[in-house]
Write a protein that binds this ligand. Structure first.
Ligand SMILES: *Cc1c(COP(=O)(O)O)cnc(C)c1O
Length: 337
């Protein structure tokens, strides 16, 4: 793969050699199958096409300087996909099947796992869809679970620099007691308009508020929010936030570094008290936030033009664990052999 310029790769689809698939029929999961096709065929009345029975995951595999390939916490993605499946009445994918499928896709596409020094990684996209035919509103009786993968470039090509976000009150990504806590395609469809408008208005994305009162921070685009003040890592709790595995990991690392950790509602007004604020998720690990503008009132919250010291420390530590240069004290890495 010497012809790939790893460090300039975008975050996008990249054709690799293989994907893996598993079908749920007659009440049970079949064998894991290897495919070279980029296509799937399905019944035109499949429930994923009509009633949104679709959930997905996203995780990365990294090649370390020691040559080992590490997947970051695939067991957590497996558990989250089970919660997503339960939330929209799909057949759950057992944890060992999920992890086996991910490891297999990495192994089969080993030549696409970027070299350690490139800053790039192999992104894995597991998905679960209802393939059984229904016209009445009912869950399918057949499902397809598949995992494909492709190399993606480093998220920060121009350095670990803060970006701008826009608070919106006229759009929600999920309902107060809806599907916000699970990783389903429907939430993404619901965020497309507001996300595109934020881009058009010059922002990286929008910040969604709690959908019932629009006074607390929920999520930053498709990433979780955290703020730092008084040696404390603060991240919102809400009934419409998707629990990020990056955020879960950062809370543990923050405690390791001697910070206090709080998970509780975060009011918009509290923004002015934070020393650092950031978005977190698999794609970037941490995206420092330099400015937040309330689209309705025009009020600005500024956090400087450089990443704060705590965000930088957390970022370096988590990246180091993923790349095998920092000790994996919590046993998060799964080594692909
Ligand atoms: C996937 C996702 C995240 C980030 O989760 P990670 O497990 O850290 O990648 C955050 N918010 C939303 C809405 C998501 O879909």
């Amino acid at each position: 793969m010497s012809d790939i310029n790893w460090s300039s790769l975008p975050f996008g689809y990249f054709k690799t050699d293989y994907n893996v698939r598993c079908y749920y029929r007659n009440g049970k999961w079949g064998e894991l199958e290897v495919s070279q096709s980029e296509e799937i065929t399905m019944h035109m009345a499949a429930t994923c096409l009509h009633y949104g029975q679709e959930a997905f995951e996203g995780l990365k595999a990294f090649r370390g300087e020691d040559g080992k390939i590490r997947m970051f916490r695939p067991d957590e993605n497996a558990k989250r996909l089970m919660r997503s499946a339960d939330g929209i009445m799909m057949a759950p994918v057992p944890e060992d099947l999920f992890v086996e499928a991910c490891a297999k896709v990495v192994k089969l596409n080993e030549r696409f796992v970027p070299p350690a020094e490139s800053g790039a990684s192999l992104y894995l996209r597991p998905l679960l869809i209802g393939t059984g035919a229904q016209v009445g509103v009912k869950p399918a009786d057949e499902y397809l679970f598949m995992v494909f993968a492709g190399p993606v470039g480093p998220y920060f090509k121009e350095g670990f620099n803060p970006v701008k976000f826009q608070i919106v009150k006229d759009a929600d990504r999920a309902a107060p007691h809806g599907t916000g806590t699970i990783k389903v395609g429907g939430n993404y469809a619901a965020s497309l308009q507001s996300g595109f408008r934020a881009h058009a208005e010059g922002y990286a994305n929008c910040i969604y508020l709690d959908p019932s009162t629009h006074s607390f921070i929920d999520e930053v685009g498709a990433a979780n929010f955290f703020g730092i003040k008084n040696n404390t890592y603060i991240t919102p709790s809400s009934s419409s936030i998707l629990p990020s595995i990056t955020n879960l990991s950062l809370r543990t690392l923050a405690e390791d570094l001697g910070l206090k950790v709080e998970q509780r509602p975060v009011a918009i007004e509290e923004l002015k008290e934070f020393e650092e604020v950031a978005a977190c998720g698999t794609a970037a690990v941490i995206s420092p936030i330099g400015q937040i503008v309330d689209r309705e009132t025009g009020k600005e919250y500024n956090f400087g033009t450089e990443a704060g010291p705590t965000s930088t420390k957390l970022y370096n530590l988590l990246r180091g664990i993923q790349l095998g240069t920092e000790p994996d004290t919590h046993n998060w890495n799964y080594i692909v052999e």
